[in-house]
Design a protein around this ligand. Structure first.
Ligand code: C5P
Length: 245
């Protein structure tokens, strides 16, 4: 089956004959967009405010990247990556407002999840369709009552095509690099804007030009540019849009 077929089938399976969200499934608010657009912070505030579950799908890809590293997988080989994902499993333990603790067996990998190297490997294995397919069920298992806030690149287009509300959240590359620089500085890591902008640009290109589930706005997504908006302002826009659905 091609990825397009798989995506269409996913969409058919998730929708009722009327094309609307299936009544028996908890509602989902899908937030997609490039790295550094503020998806994570907005999703966390929304999940707390609505008392919904939270899926940081980037963490699922990052955990898969760490599994590959641990297993010594060849990340240019689909079969090698799949074998690593078969051998190890990451578990996700939500900590309320403090995000999520991620474990592989007894090992806490939460800090390793956030490194630049992990992001790079995640983005490289994320281009492979069999890897994306292997991670689908895990992501969909977060859809529990009373509802889910899901953030990522393909939440509204592939993973939850029947989401109650789809948001595409973006910001200028300069603003995203600025935000990243601030985060890194808080961790005592110095870098230059030029390096950060080049890294963000390269990852954006890979994510949005890949063949399978590329980063793109769903046709029915609400587009929000967060360059000059606070987290609270973005949250308000989304809550208002969700309540008028
Ligand atoms: O969002 P985050 O930066 O944690 O994601 C790391 C990488 O995982 C992204 O650059 C992207 O390549 C991949 N990813 C993806 N689909 C998602 C979430 C993340 O391909 N839904």
């Amino acid at each position: 089956m091609t990825s397009v077929d798989a995506d269409k089938q996913a969409e058919r399976g998730a929708k009722s004959s009327t094309g609307h969200e299936r009544d028996d499934l908890p509602p989902v608010i899908a937030i997609d967009g490039p790295s550094g657009a503020g998806k994570g912070a907005v999703a966390q505030v929304l999940a707390n405010q609505l008392n919904y579950h939270l899926l940081d799908s980037g963490a699922v890809y990052r955990a898969a990247a760490i599994i590959c590293k641990k297993a010594g997988a060849d990340i240019s080989s689909e079969s090698s990556v799949l074998a690593a994902l078969d051998a190890f499993q990451a578990t996700f333990h939500p900590q309320g407002t403090d995000g999520v603790v991620v474990m592989i067996g007894e090992e806490n990998i939460t800090n390793e999840l956030r490194t630049q190297q992990t992001a790079e490997i995640a983005s490289q294995i994320a281009v492979m369709q069999p890897i994306r397919a292997a991670l689908l069920d895990e992501q969909r298992s977060f859809r529990q009552p009373p509802g889910l806030i899901a953030d990522g690149r393909d939440m509204g287009t592939v993973v939850f095509p029947d989401a109650q509300l789809k948001v595409f959240l973006t910001a200028s590359v300069e603003e995203r690099a600025n935000r990243r620089a601030k985060q890194l500085k808080e961790k005592g890591i110095e870098t230059t804007m030029a390096v950060l902008m080049a890294e963000i640009d390269a990852r954006d290109k890979r994510d949005s030009t890949r063949e399978h589930a590329p980063l793109k706005a769903a046709h029915d997504a609400l587009f929000i540019d967060s360059s000059s908006l606070s987290i609270e302002e973005v949250v308000d826009l989304i809550v208002n849009a969700a309540s008028s659905e």
